[in-house]
Design a protein around this ligand. Structure first.
Ligand code: C5P
Length: 228
């Protein structure tokens, strides 16, 4: 079940389809996020599914339970493999998201995962702006436990946190992946694909190490070889 997900951080579908040309026949797993989704809409997801791609629709829903439930019922129609919510919305909101997916037969194979804390949140921001006075790692663990209580399938986290998540019986979707010889860039807590495998990640999300590579298909195949 382990797989490599390519983070498709492109401005629009023209850029994305150009990038995907050499991937014909490989049917990669793609992460579609807010930037391109708000530009191109659900139609883009339908096109990619028709092309045989698997999709992680990374929209990070966070609203009152009723709104999230109804939004999830609509997302279920797209039949994506994975979608997500913010665990900060609370257990009732996550349960509502689950109900929304489960109430639509098209969503029966969609895994629902939660963002615990964004990697852009530091201990200082947590305390001074969010007024949460516990160590970040404890907050991540507590939020993952809430996701489990709400019946979710897993969480987005750093590969370094994958062992704790595995212990909880949840799947982990882990960004912050770099090859040994890559620049780390703005990511802080990175792991190589083979280290992520060792730590027990279920899926790795890889952006620039593939999309900015001189040979994206070779970089993708290298990830698959190391991780799967
Ligand atoms: O280019 P890079 O491999 O750093 O891209 C990682 C992808 O994962 C980006 O789309 C980024 O927004 C996303 N992500 C992340 N950290 C999180 C959640 C999502 O890097 N905690």
């Amino acid at each position: 079940m382990r797989d490599v997900i390519i983070a498709c951080d492109f401005k629009n579908q023209d850029e994305l389809f150009k990038f995907l040309e050499p991937f014909k026949g490989l049917n990669p797993f793609l992460k579609i996020g807010m930037e391109i989704f708000y530009k191109e809409g659900p139609q883009l997801v339908r096109k990619l599914k028709d092309m045989g791609c698997k999709i992680f629709l990374d929209l990070k829903l966070h609203d009152i339970p009723n709104t999230v439930e109804k939004a999830m019922r609509n997302i279920a129609d797209l039949g994506v493999e994975i979608t997500n919510v913010h665990a900060a919305g609370g257990i009732l909101m996550m349960q509502a998201a689950r109900r929304g997916l489960d109430s639509n037969p098209n969503g029966k194979n969609t895994k629902l995962i939660a963002v615990t804390q964004l990697t852009s949140i530091s201990q200082q921001i947590l305390e001074e702006e969010l007024h949460i006075h516990e160590p970040l790692s404890e907050v991540v663990k507590a939020y993952a436990l809430n996701a489990k209580k709400a019946g979710l399938d897993g969480v987005v986290c750093s590969a370094l946190e994958a062992p704790i998540i595995k212990e909880l019986g949840l799947i982990s979707v882990t960004p912050g992946i770099r090859f040994q010889d890559d620049a780390v860039g703005d990511q802080k807590r990175v792991a190589t694909p083979s280290y992520a495998k060792e730590l027990g990640s279920t899926y790795i999300v890889v952006g620039r190490s593939i999309t900015a590579s001189a040979d994206p298909v070779a970089a993708y195949k290298r990830c698959v070889k190391e991780f799967c």
